[in-house]
Each structure stands twice: as C-alpha cells, then as structure tokens.
Design a protein around this ligand. Structure first.
Ligand code: NAD
Ligand code: TDX
Length: 335
C-alpha cells in the first residue's frame, strides 16, 4: 500500500509514521510536510531510511496532484494546530486548515484515492464542568477559536466532498494528545520542560479547565482501526476516558519530578478558553473493537517526562523562542 502522510514531521504525524514503519512493513510511506515552526525533520530521523520525505505545502495544487496521483491512501494530519497562535494570527489557520484540506480533497477526488481526515474534539465547542454529557458523533458543531473553527470548516468540506462527489473518506475527532515529539508550546511538554529548566509551570485562568487526555499511540492505533475497518463517510470520535483538570496535570508533573506539587503560577487566561472537553468513544469501540493501551494517565505522563528528560537536544533549541512568544503575547503571572 502506498500512503501519503501530510504533516508527518509534526507531533502526531511523526508518531504515526514511526508506528506504521514498525508495525506495517508493507506500507510505503511518503511524508509531505512544509516544515513550519511546528515541523521537525529530526522527529523522523529514526525512520529516515524507511520513508520518502517531500518538503512542500499542502496548498500547492500541482505538487499535491503529483503526489496523490501515485498513492493509494492519504492520511491528513497537517494543520496549524495551536489555539494560542490562532488568536494572535488566524490567517495561517485559514490557509492551511481550509485551503490545504480543499486542495487535498480535490486531488483525492480526481484520482479516487482513499482519504482519512484527522480532526479534533474542539469542533464541538465546550462543556460545563458539571455537565454529565460527553461529545458524541451527533453533537452539533460549535467551535470557539480560529483554530477550532477552521478545523470544523475542514471537516465540513470532507463531508460535502464525500456526499456530493463520492470521495472515499473517513473522519476522526480526537481529544488532547500527549507523548513524545510534542512541540514545547503545548501544555504538557511546556510544563515538563519548564520544571526541567527550574521554571514554575503556568496555569491559565483558574486551572480548573478539563481536557480528556489520550496517549498519541492510542490515537494512532485508532486511526489504523479506522483505515482497516471504518465505514466510508463515517465520523469516529477517539478518546480514552482521560478527563483531568489542568491543575491536576501540573501537580502530577511536579510530583513526578520530585518537586512541591503547589510550586506553580496562575497566568493570564486564554481569551475564549474552552472549559471542558469529554469524548464518548463508544462507536469506535463497539464497531471497530478499538481499546486504548495507555489506560493509566499517570504512567503515560511519567514515560513522557522521561522522554523529554532524555531528549533536550530535540526540544532545547525551540524552548527559548516559544517562551519569548508567550511573553510577547502578554502572558503575565496573576497569582
Ligand atoms: P503539529 O503542529 O505538531 O504538526 C503539524 C505539522 O503539519 C507540522 O509538521 C507542520 O510543519 C505541518 N504543516 C503545517 N502547515 C502545513 C502546510 N501548509 N503544508 C504541509 N505541512 C504543514 O500538530 P499535531 O499536534 O501533530 O496535530 C496533527 C493533527 O491532529 C492536526 O490536524 C490537529 O488538528 C489534529 N489533532 C491534534 C490534537 C492534539 O492534541 N495535538 C488532538 C486532536 C486532533
Ligand atoms: O501554558 C499553558 N497553560 C495552560 O493552562 C498552556 C500552553 C495551556 N494551558 C491550558 C489551556 C488548555 O486548557 O492547558 C490546556 C491544554 O492546552 P493546549 O496544549 O494548548 O491544548 P488545547 O488548546 O486543549 O488544544 C489541543 O487539543 C486539541 C491541541 O493543541 C489541538 O491541536 C487539539 O485539536
């Protein structure tokens, strides 16, 4: 099978490529990645001789056409993925998440290529902390940020191209991922690397916002379950019952690193900050028999901390610029 993986030099895409090389030797992988600030060739170094890497943009129609023509399946991870950045400058999100997805859809339509679209639970908006319900495949879309609204728009394009043009697509909407190779701008690696550098972790607002954490390898095993057995046209929610408040995450990171669990700061809240995400992944589990392997979030965090401890060469060069960007955006300690 010839597979085109967009965004394969990013966090989830790189882990997907590693897992696929290890577990599916019959798959010939081409990665298409623009190597934005979030992409890192080093993340693919362990598998460099097993894949083909194309440095290019998903909005480049002729390039995408060339690559899609010679492939059997496209797995589309590439995106602008960080909410905070989308509040400062939404344009790259419109460009990559909407125009990029449109460009891929036109190419898979032209060559009748199987397509899987990677999306997020954030398209559903947020839930109150005390709301007993969770997101399901029939929850109405209600995105809050420029990031999540462009992801929601890209999902809608996929649905329309499937219904109107018969594109053989599946979609998945996953909750917050953690694991190795995640950019230090994101919450978990930011706090781990802060503590490793002797800096106090930073909680937005009151720290009570809840995210539904899943290990990146569980996300990717679910993507493979959908590629293997998913129903064309269907959306699958991916989640591992990992609801945890941001404060609990920071306290656990501090404890696991041998520090006082209250040794953190509260900082300026994110504008429009979604309160809680929670996924009901019953469809994926019952229809495709998928189960997460990393059921214990604390153990998964511990392994992730060990990875960051051992890979400062990977994250170190990006840490200072990332923190400078947060300062420039006005982040300040509130208490
Ligand atoms: P990431 O920011 O770590 O990686 C994105 C990758 O896409 C980078 O390698 C970047 O260089 C590449 N890219 C960006 N714009 C491009 C363009 N125009 N052309 C080609 N390549 C481009 O993101 P991630 O966290 O790995 O997320 C991957 C996908 O998973 C995204 O679609 C995201 O919306 C989705 N998702 C992420 C999470 C999460 O918790 N991180 C959860 C659910 C869904
Ligand atoms: O320093 C921080 N302090 C803090 O309290 C940072 C960076 C974040 N936060 C909070 C904001 C969120 O409530 O932590 C939570 C997680 O933040 P992010 O890592 O920025 O993730 P989130 O905004 O929830 O979005 C993530 O999950 C869904 C990914 O970045 C998206 O790509 C994915 O779609």
């Amino acid at each position: 099978m010839r597979m085109l993986v967009t965004g394969g030099a990013g966090f989830i895409g790189a882990n997907f490529v590693h897992a696929t090389v290890a577990e599916r030797p019959d798959v010939e992988i081409t990665v298409l990645d623009a190597l934005t600030y979030a992409g890192n060739r080093e993340s693919l170094a362990p598998v460099a001789d097993r894949i083909r890497f194309v440095h290019g943009d998903i909005t480049d129609g002729p390039l995408v056409d060339d690559l899609v023509r010679d492939t059997d399946v496209v797995v589309h991870f590439a995106a602008e993925s960080h909410n905070d950045n989308s509040l400062g400058d939404p344009w790259p999100f419109v460009q990559t998440n909407l125009i990029g997805t449109y460009t891929l859809l036109e190419a898979v339509r032209r060559y009748d290529v199987r397509y899987h679209h990677i999306s997020t639970d954030e398209v559903y908006g947020d839930l109150e902390l005390d709301d007993p319900s969770r997101f399901t495949e029939s929850t109405p879309y209600n995105p809050s940020s420029p990031y999540s609204s462009t992801k929601a728009g890209s999902d809608m394009l996929v649905r329309a191209w499937t219904r109107s043009f018969g594109v053989r697509a599946t979609l998945s909407n996953c909750s917050n991922n953690y694991g190795p190779y995640q950019h230090v701008e994101k919450f978990v690696p930011r706090q781990i690397t802060n503590v490793l550098r002797g800096v106090r972790p930073r909680l937005y607002g009151d720290g009570r916002n809840v995210r539904d954490w899943i290990h990146v390898d569980d996300h990717n095993s679910a993507v493979w379950a959908i590629l293997d057995g998913g129903t064309i046209g269907r959306t699958y929610l991916i989640g591992a019952d990992g609801e945890t408040s941001n404060r609990e995450v920071v306290e656990t990171v501090l404890e696991l690193l041998g520090r006082d669990s209250q040794d953190f700061d509260f900082v300026t809240d994110r504008p429009g900050h979604d309160r809680r995400y929670a996924i009901d992944s019953t469809l994926l589990r019952t229809e495709l028999g998928w189960e997460p392997r990393f059921a214990d979030f604390r153990a998964g965090l511990e392994a992730t901390i060990e990875w960051y401890r051992a890979h400062e060469d990977w994250w170190g060069p990006r840490k200072d610029a990332t923190e400078a960007a947060y300062r420039a955006a006005g982040e300040a300690v509130t208490k």
